[in-house]
Ligand binder design. Structure first.
Ligand code: PMP
Length: 412
């Protein structure tokens, strides 16, 4: 059949919805795709961009998944988590955080990313504001925007330890503020909030009862130098009625592909999030939920060994970067990222005669000249910095750092 009317032609060309107009494909994914394309062309590219541990999922967790399949646990489950998993999560919150959540205050989703999505979808009206300190994990602002909200970005640079201060929070709160979103330890900075860091922020929140707190504790188990992880509700129980405490199995148990995240929060919010989930996925994967029960209830001692290995790599990255003229790197308290300042190379010229104007020029140069893929600070809302993920083998890491040093020494 011939297509000859305007409406038929229009119907064929895709027009994206306005809600995604300002949201591009994640810069991290773009850099990964470029680095992989170069690898396919034969360049020896080392990618320090991945946000996932290079360790394997523990064997006991894999066995639990296999046993669940053999028991026939391959059907839809309860909408926002099996009772077994919710019980394991409640026990985890009790044991590790000293916080009591009942089963109807707990929700499980397809990754912590979906927890964030469900929470914002369930709570944000057009124009509602969400305070997000930068540098931030890029999905935060994108999800807020998809949900019609307004991300209010507050720069928190290396001088303040990449942490939001109480006066900044106080100034950013308006009658439209719905949430403040904190991530400790942080992706991308690795900075974490101690109890003393949290207290002044909590004081501010106690004075603004309309503001809810969302905390992303995803990297809780990856902390160094005896840092004492704490979650805000454990510090101030009065915040519990308006806090969503997010966590997951992806990073601690090297289970990124299993897609299980969870949260504890007030019943009404948890119920509203379930409404969104019921129309999005019906439930998280049954087999992954069984595996996560084992991850949370099973032996935890291997976490220490992994932490020690990450710490070793962190020390290597921090000391090597700090020895490079023009680069400064704060030692992060946790996670497996460093967010190094590259202000000292801005204005310099590469051997090919290109002037480095921004952190993305620097990371482009590292990819092209040194064949090392890292992510510019601009992708996380704060410049001039670059993020290194050190969740990679020590041999590869050492070689990547050697190449970065060499590339920097060639700048004029
Ligand atoms: N929060 C932070 C800070 C993250 O870095 C990530 C993963 N990159 C997530 C949440 C999401 O984790 P997942 O969806 O795998 O549970």
């Amino acid at each position: 059949m011939a297509i000859n009317t305007r409406s038929q032609i229009d119907a064929m060309s895709f027009r994206p919805a306005s809600r995604i107009a300002s949201i591009g494909v994640s810069k991290i994914l773009q850099i990964g795709a470029r680095a992989n394309a170069m690898k396919r062309e034969g360049f020896p590219v080392i990618i320090l961009g991945a946000g996932e541990p290079d360790f394997d999922t523990p064997d006991n967790v894999k066995e639990a998944a296999k046993a669940a399949i053999d028991r026939g646990e391959t059907k839809y489950t309860a909408l926002d988590g099996t009772p077994e998993l919710k019980k394991a999560i409640a026990a985890k919150f009790q044991r590790e955080n000293g916080v009591d959540y009942t089963l109807d205050e707990i929700t499980v989703a397809t990754g912590a990313k979906q927890i964030l999505f469900n929470a914002f979808m369930a709570s944000i009206d057009p124009g509602d504001e969400v305070i997000i300190p930068t540098p931030y994990w890029t999905s935060y602002s994108d999800i807020v925007e998809i949900c019609g909200g307004v991300p209010v970005l507050i720069p928190c640079d290396a001088e303040v330890g990449f942490r939001l201060r109480a006066d900044q929070l106080e100034k950013a709160i308006t009658p439209r503020t719905r949430w403040v979103l904190l991530n400790s330890p942080s992706n991308p900075s690795g900075a974490a909030y101690s109890e003393a860091d949290y207290r002044p922020l909590i004081e501010v929140l106690l004075h603004h009862r309309h503001v809810w707190l969302m905390v992303d504790d995803m990297y809780e188990h990856i902390v160094y130098d005896g840092f004492k992880f704490v979650t805000p509700v454990a510090i101030e129980p009065r915040l519990k009625e308006r806090t969503l405490t997010i966590n997951g199995v992806s990073k601690a148990y090297a289970m990124t592909g299993w897609r299980i995240g969870y949260a504890g929060g007030p019943k009404a919010l948890i119920k509203a999030m379930a409404v969104i989930q019921s129309q999005a996925t019906s439930c998280p994967c049954s087999v992954s939920q069984a595996a996560s029960v084992e991850a949370l209830n099973g032996p935890q001692d291997f976490l220490k060994g992994r932490q020690a290995s990450f710490k070793h790599r962190r020390d290597l990255v921090v000391s090597t970067l700090n020895a490079i003229p023009g680069i400064t790197c704060r030692a992060p308290e946790g996670a497996f990222y460093t967010f190094a300042g590259c202000g000292g190379v801005i204005g310099k010229t590469t051997p090919k005669g290109k002037r480095i104007e921004a952190d993305s020029d620097f990371t482009d140069y590292l990819l092209e000249d040194a064949h090392v893929a890292v992510v510019p600070g601009s992708a996380f809302g704060l410049s001039p910095y670059f993020r290194i993920s050190y969740a990679t083998s020590e041999t590869e890491l050492a070689e990547a750092l050697r190449r970065i040093s060499e590339a920097c020494s060639k700048l004029q």
